[in-house]
Design a protein around this ligand. Structure first.
Ligand code: AMP
Length: 308
């Protein structure tokens, strides 16, 4: 990242130097690493009456992330994309260490989106001192992702609240691929009165239906091919959702996914989309969502689909 900052400096003063490195063009995107720099820029924008948008990410950007960024640039005058692999939301050290980090490529991808700022802070800028706040999200923490990743949503709450404090956006953009996370962020905003509008963006998928995810980069060839079964099964569950009981749907989905050599269901649930309370009787429900986490080899994938 230092590399980018140095080159950005050179690009104004030493054009001949830049010509040797034709792939770099940082004119449109500023890469900032300190809280002071971001706050300076954002406070100038806010004073000028501009709408500020934030897209929090952990990098390894794909079209799912870029769709969020496009939504942000359409709705906001200044769009900040943060790239920070947040250790407090990982409940497995191995998962944190293996998480893909491709910042130089991420910055290049963002150059075509209209986003003006990439905030890529080191750890101590985000967490200069230990955060003693308690982050509690009630039943959201005990169900599905909350139950299977102890401490995960507390870590998500911690980093998002901190990013909101630093960037002070009017709007923040999150993907519905992480459905439970969107509910957690809405709860966070409400509990701490953060005054940020949370915009939820539909899941972007690969041509075979697999939800785009940075973790897809870690899949082996066969795992990747089999992973498409997750969405196929979600679609089939949606089609059957008025005819079968939740238990039968869950059994069907689990058997279909587990039949793949490299896939193993961690959970498959059918729940109320607002509370995530499991649904017992689909006939009397107004809305329902199916949510799943699946291990593909060592890689953990999540997905969901609104049933009705
Ligand atoms: P991550 O970098 O995985 O923390 O994701 C950053 C943001 O991008 C989160 O709000 C995710 O929900 C969102 N996101 C990730 N994958 C997708 C996708 N396939 N479609 C839409 N949004 C996504």
């Amino acid at each position: 990242m230092q590399k980018y900052k140095k080159l950005a400096g050179y690009s104004t003063n030493r054009l001949s130097f830049v010509r040797l490195i034709p792939t770099f063009s940082v004119d449109s995107v500023k890469v900032l690493s300190t809280v002071g720099e971001v706050q300076n820029l954002v406070s100038n924008a806010r004073t000028a009456g501009k709408i500020v948008g934030l897209v929090p990410t952990m990098g390894a950007l794909h079209d799912g992330h870029l769709t969020l960024v496009h939504r942000a640039t359409e709705a906001c005058d200044l769009t900040v994309v943060s790239i920070f692999v947040n250790p407090t939301q990982f409940n497995e050290a191995q998962d944190f260490n293996a998480y893909p980090r491709t910042v130089d490529q991420d910055v290049r991808l963002l150059e075509d989106t209209g986003c003006q700022v990439v905030f890529h802070p080191p750890h101590q800028e985000v967490y200069p001192k230990p955060d003693q706040t308690t982050y509690a999200f009630g039943a959201l923490e005990t169900r599905y992702e909350g139950a299977h990743r102890p401490g995960h949503f507390s870590g998500v709450g911690m980093v998002v609240k901190r990013l909101f404090e630093i960037v002070q956006p009017h709007k923040a953009f999150f993907g519905l691929k992480d459905y439970q996370q969107v509910l957690v962020i809405r709860s966070l905003v409400h509990q701490f009165n953060l005054g940020v509008e949370v915009v939820a963006v539909p899941t972007v998928r690969e041509p075979d239906g697999l939800a785009m995810s940075s973790r897809n980069l870690l899949l082996g060839e066969e795992e990747r091919r089999e992973a498409a079964e997750i969405y196929r099964v979600l679609v089939a569950v949606k089609a059957k959702s008025r005819n079968l009981t939740p238990t039968d749907l869950i059994d069907y989905a689990t058997a279909q996914i587990d039949a793949q050599k490299h896939l193993s269901v961690e959970y498959f649930g059918i729940a109320d989309p607002d509370t995530l309370a499991p649904i017992e009787d689909l006939q009397s429900a107004d809305h329902a969502i199916a949510l799943t986490a699946v291990r593909a080899g060592q890689v953990r994938l999540i997905d969901n689909l609104q049933l009705f």
